[in-house]
Design a binder for this molecule. Structure first.
Ligand code: ATP
Ligand code: MG
Length: 579
């Protein structure tokens, strides 16, 4: 800021010149407020009948009739409307209201375009603060420069023009939160977009918040079952974990996240699905899918679609995270899906380039790592002293031609506790979910599995790794010796076993019993194409004839040696009768 601008001057606008006495009182007021003598000028203006307006630097004291009405209106807006009769409350607020001389800081738009406004005259505005433009357009300060600030706009910039005024609000971006958001579709600012009417919020949370510190956390040790066989058995996810779902386009990434949400039914876990830069039609489809499977009641969908301005796409995941934190702080379990962070990074790149930040690798700004690290660090398992709530994050990233070593994928891989890698080749060969067993990992591992699952899944990963190495030989099957051929068959059977249709989550006992049966080589000799039917019949039989066995696994989460042997015996007997 230059020296001249630092000297404050005060200007009074009113219809008639203030008397000497009045001027003296203004002088005193200014001295009290700003701590020094400030030169005072008067300018005639008919715009403020029955009052005046005092401008000191960028502070404005509006003491006109209109200004006082505005103050009264702002007071009345705050009257709670949730309980039926509000007339007495309104009366009380009006009686208690006294007009105040409050400063409003007002700046001026210098340039506007592409959803970005440059504003001068608000030297005290802070990073992330919300500014109010003409016509109620809101924006967020994203760049603080020497003489002006860069602000991103949350809606169309049509009504914002050069020279129009901008007010500070003193608030950082936040979102309304609460139980009433469950079952709803909202935008990045928490406003409903599903046409089902207003949502009464229980609170207001900042969109950007500090991640819980180490002292407030405890280790991840409770499973969050996705109901997806290949994930729960080999790459288990624990409450509070961050597991990346990564793969090319159309490889079933969203399908895994949606299945995981559907599987939380009746498990006391609140789900939040954040759609970033997607088509509105896809979001509607997801809403309908969740509804059809009875999963919408415990879910919130936050959407910033491809047609929304980049700033809204940029804050959407943080807003979703804030909604989740509300529940986590109450000691509840939350599952949040960010679909997807590649589009999020692209929106942030667009915004940064428009703000004239220097582009770095792949034209992303230098802080793109921090963009995602500060988001994903907010997923946590809180300690029991502060409620023991958790937030599990499933970020999704889209790769180009399977390239996991690109900029954004490597960043996010290093932030998360593991990744589920989905492969196009597997997907198109019919192996769905197309989980690549070699490249996927869960760094929380067995801690996030029940004892039963851990014991049952035993050698599955190793067996599959061996199968993959031998797989190249499948084309010479007729020339192979018997042992190699039977090993190949065994591997093929396991791969078939891991195939799973969408919206068909598997319960814990189903997964455990299938694993014990399959890893005991029970399915040897059954043609690969018959494997799904065999497993289906087998599970049907166990569930009807040995119900207590299933219940025991579900309730205790344990699998002792006797129980394991019992399952093997049952399956051997069933295998004998099969054809
Ligand atoms: P995009 O890159 O477009 O976001 P995506 O990777 O999220 O795609 P999905 O939309 O989840 O992929 O799935 C792509 C298609 O594959 C969908 O039509 C979906 O119904 C189908 N699909 C996904 N998983 C399975 C499955 N396990 N069994 C059968 N079909 C599936
Ligand atoms: Mg998708």
């Amino acid at each position: 800021m230059s020296n001249e601008e630092k000297i404050l001057t005060a200007v009074i606008y009113s219809a008639a010149e203030p008397s000497k006495e009045q001027k003296a009182r203004f002088g005193q007021f200014l001295k009290n407020k700003y701590g020094s003598d400030i030169p005072l000028q008067w300018e005639m203006s008919d715009a403020f009948p029955g009052g005046f307006r005092l401008e000191v630097g960028s502070d404005i004291y509006d003491w006109s009739v209109g200004g006082r009405f505005r103050q009264l209106r702002d007071t009345l807006v705050k009257v709670p409307t949730s309980n039926g009769n509000i007339i007495p409350l309104l009366k009380e607020s009006i009686q208690a209201w006294t007009p105040e001389a409050m400063a409003e800081q007002v700046g001026e738009v210098i340039t506007v375009g592409d959803g970005i406004a440059t504003v001068a005259g608000l030297p005290q505005a802070t990073f992330g603060e919300i500014l109010l433009f003409a016509d109620g357009v809101r924006g967020m300060v994203q760049d603080i420069r020497r003489d002006n600030i860069g602000c991103v706009l949350f809606s169309s910039d049509e009504s914002v023009t050069q020279g129009s005024s901008v007010k500070r609000t003193g608030k950082t971006a936040g979102t309304p939160v609460g139980e009433n958001f469950l079952g709803r579709v909202v935008d990045s600012l928490g406003s409903p977009v599903d046409g089902l009417g207003d949502i009464t919020a229980s609170g207001y949370m900042p969109v950007e918040a500090q991640a819980p510190p180490i002292i407030d956390r405890q280790p991840v040790d409770t499973p969050l079952e996705t109901g997806i066989f290949s994930i729960d058995s080999m790459f288990p996810i624990g409450r509070g974990q961050r597991e990346l779902i990564i793969g090319d386009r159309q490889t079933g990434k969203t399908a895994i996240a949606i299945d995981a949400i559907i599987n939380q039914k009746g498990k006391n876990c609140i789900c939040i699905y954040v759609a970033i830069g997607q088509k509105t039609s896809s979001v509607v489809q997801i809403q309908q899918t969740l509804k059809k499977h009875g999963a919408l009641d415990y879910s919130i969908i936050v959407t910033a679609s491809a047609s929304d301005p980049a700033p809204l796409q940029y804050i959407a995941p943080y807003a979703g995270c804030a909604m989740g934190e509300y529940f986590m702080r109450q000691g509840k379990d939350v599952l949040i899906v960010y679909d997807d962070l590649s589009k999020h990074a692209v929106a942030y790149r667009a915004l940064s380039l428009l703000l004239d930040r220097s582009p770095g690798r792949e034209a992303y700004p230098g802080d793109v790592f921090y963009l995602h690290s500060r988001l994903l660090e907010r997923a946590a398992r809180l300690s029991d002293e502060i409620g023991g709530g958790s937030m599990t994050a499933l970020p999704i990233v889209e790769t180009q031609a399977g390239d996991v070593s690109a900029y954004i994928p490597t960043n996010i891989i290093s932030i998360t506790d593991g990744q589920i890698f989905l492969e196009s080749d597997l997907f198109f060969s019919g192996q769905r979910p197309a989980v690549n067993v070699g490249l996927s990992v869960s760094r929380v591992g067995g801690d996030a599995q029940t004892k039963a699952m851990k014991k049952a899944s035993g050698t599955l990963r190793i067996d599959l790794a061996q199968y993959r190495e031998m797989e190249v030989f499948t084309q010479f099957a007729s020339d192979l010796d018997d042992q190699t051929r039977s090993q190949l068959e065994y591997g093929q059977g396991l791969m078939r076993m891991l195939r799973q249709k969408q919206y068909k989550p598997k319960s814990q006992h189903e997964q455990v019993i299938t694993l014990v049966m399959a890893l005991a080589h029970t399915m040897q000799g059954i043609p690969a194409d018959d494997v799904p039917a065999f497993i289906e019949r087998f599970i049907e039989m166990v569930e009807s004839d040995h119900r207590e066995l299933c219940d025991r696994i579900d309730q205790t989460g344990k699998l002792d040696d006797d129980l394991k042997q019992e399952i093997i015996d049952i399956s051997a007997a069933f295998r004998q009768k099969w054809q």
